[in-house]
Design a protein around this ligand. Structure first.
Ligand SMILES: [Zn+2]
Length: 75
């Protein structure tokens, strides 16, 4: 009797986000989940959810929420 125990654990390791490498992929649709460089929060410096191409001030979700609270309160 032969017992073959194969445990294939595919560990999708953490993909180290390497910035600085735009591939000239011409895809008209379906935005590829490429690690797009994001803009930094202008308040705390944390990476935001906005692309770096976003103009103007960019806020991280936290600061964005705080700003929303501000504007909401200041009526
Ligand atoms: Zn922030």
């Amino acid at each position: 009797m032969t017992q073959t125990q194969e445990q294939n654990q595919e560990r999708a390791g953490e993909q180290a986000g390497k910035q600085g490498g735009e591939r000239p992929q011409d895809r008209p649709q379906a935005p590829a989940p490429v690690a797009e460089p994001v803009a930094d929060c202008v308040l705390c410096g944390e990476p935001t959810e906005h692309p770096a191409s976003t103009r103007g001030a960019t806020y991280c979700p936290v600061c964005e929420w705080q700003e929303a609270q501000r504007t909401a309160c200041s009526g």
